[in-house]
Design a protein around this ligand. Structure first.
Ligand SMILES: *Cc1c(COP(=O)(O)O)cnc(C)c1O
Length: 380
């Protein structure tokens, strides 16, 4: 009985506004349904204008953008690439596509992102990595000053995985625009979505032009089909880009709503000493893509209890990303710990954290319900 079923409260689901359909309809009306076309070009220009990234290439996924980004930085067989451990697997899978070797870097506790101290340790052990992949987890900017300084000292390029942080700023500048290459994702759960898609951005036009070529099967400029390199089918379609253009018009609104959700949780749990919200970076403004909480060590309430209590009311929540250095598939890879002891910062966050419903369609009543369930677990 559909009508009596309780409405599900989501972690982060797509929010459409109608403008998306206008651009998609335009693509149909003009028969620009095939790959490429005006929506793709305009979406790139509009993202570039919003982020001040310079140049942008619209691709089929954020993962595809990371893959091409690594290739553009010359990552190949046997190369070492440093990458944040506390992230989604798409940050590091493309390293393995290129038969390169991921070396995982722990988080620092202040922003949950790549630890500059652990990064220093990594450079001592592996002096010549080909690239450093820095993630802005849940939309909180990493400690970019320190990370950039270390990478510049060693003359190693940064690939910024800003898949979760579109709209976040650091010292007033958009995340994704600090590295030699930046990556955004428009996957269904991200702050804006094209159903699936991604963007590779750079201040260097030549790199972005190269990304466009590689993403369209690397055709040489000849009348016949001629190829001097291996290419990919990674380009965004003109229909999908239409969704993106409509979504981008509402990014500022999504940012306001995401930030309000975080603030609401923060205020609602302020009197519970056992709960700490995920950290922000005082040097920037997070997009607050997901609001997360951690539970103090030794508390009788566990993350599983929080997730079970929410799920019992048809409310979606999720564990923190399980660190990559703890994943079976990456068991053979090296990991540099921020701490001296055996427990890493990233594992500790994973053990004690929960991602809370952060869907911008959540009503005040939805938020009150979620907050009430969590508070009751802590006898409040
Ligand atoms: C979502 C995500 C990606 C991958 O983006 P897709 O568009 O889903 O391929 C990469 N890195 C991080 C940190 C992500 O959260």
């Amino acid at each position: 009985m559909e009508s009596s079923a309780k409405k599900r409260i989501y972690l982060s689901s797509p929010t459409m506004h109608g403008d998306e359909q206008r651009f998609v309809a335009e693509a149909f009306d003009t028969n620009w349904v095939a790959p490429l076309g005006p929506n793709v070009n305009n979406f790139e220009t509009e993202v570039a204008a919003y982020t001040h990234c310079g140049y942008a290439a619209a691709l089929s996924a954020g993962t595809a953008a990371i893959h091409l980004g690594l290739k553009l930085l010359g990552v190949g067989q046997g190369d070492v690439v440093f990458v944040s451990s506390l992230t989604f697997s798409a940050s590091c899978n493309p390293i393995v596509y290129e038969k390169a070797v991921p070396v995982f870097i722990d988080s620092e506790p202040d922003t949950w992102n790549m630890s500059p101290q652990a990064l220093e340790k990594a450079f001592e052990k592996y002096p010549n990595p080909k690239a450093v992949v820095v993630v802005h987890l849940y939309g909180t900017p990493a400690k970019l000053d320190e990370i950039i300084q270390i990478c510049e000292k060693h003359n190693v390029p940064i690939l910024e995985d800003a898949a979760e942080s579109l709209g976040s700023t650091y010292r007033g500048k958009q995340t994704g625009t600090f590295g030699r290459i930046g990556v955004y994702s428009f996957n269904g759960n991200k702050i804006i979505t094209t159903s699936g898609g991604g963007m590779l951005v750079s201040g260097e036009e030549a790199l972005v032009r190269e990304a466009r070529e590689l993403s369209t099967q690397a055709r040489d400029p000849a009348r016949h089909y001629q190829h001097s390199r291996i290419g990919y089918n990674y380009r965004m379609s003109n229909v999908v880009a239409g969704i993106g253009r409509g979504q981008l018009m509402h990014l500022d609104e999504h940012l306001r709503l995401k930030r309000a959700i975080y603030k609401r949780y923060q205020e609602a749990f302020a009197d519970i000493a056992e709960i700490t919200m995920n950290p922000l970076n005082p040097r920037g403004d997070a997009n607050n893509w997901l609001s997360c909480m951690t539970i103090r060590e030794g508390c009788e309430v566990t993350p599983d209890m929080v997730m079970d209590a929410l799920e019992a009311e048809n409310i979606e929540s999720r564990p923190i990303w399980k660190p990559m250095h703890l994943q079976p598939v990456f068991a053979a890879c090296d990991f540099l710990n921020h701490n001296e002891g055996p427990l890493s910062v990233s594992e500790d966050i994973f053990n004690r954290g929960v991602c809370l419903p952060s869907d911008i369609k959540n009503t005040d009543a939805d938020m009150d319900q979620v907050i009430g369930i969590v508070r009751r677990l802590f006898h409040k």
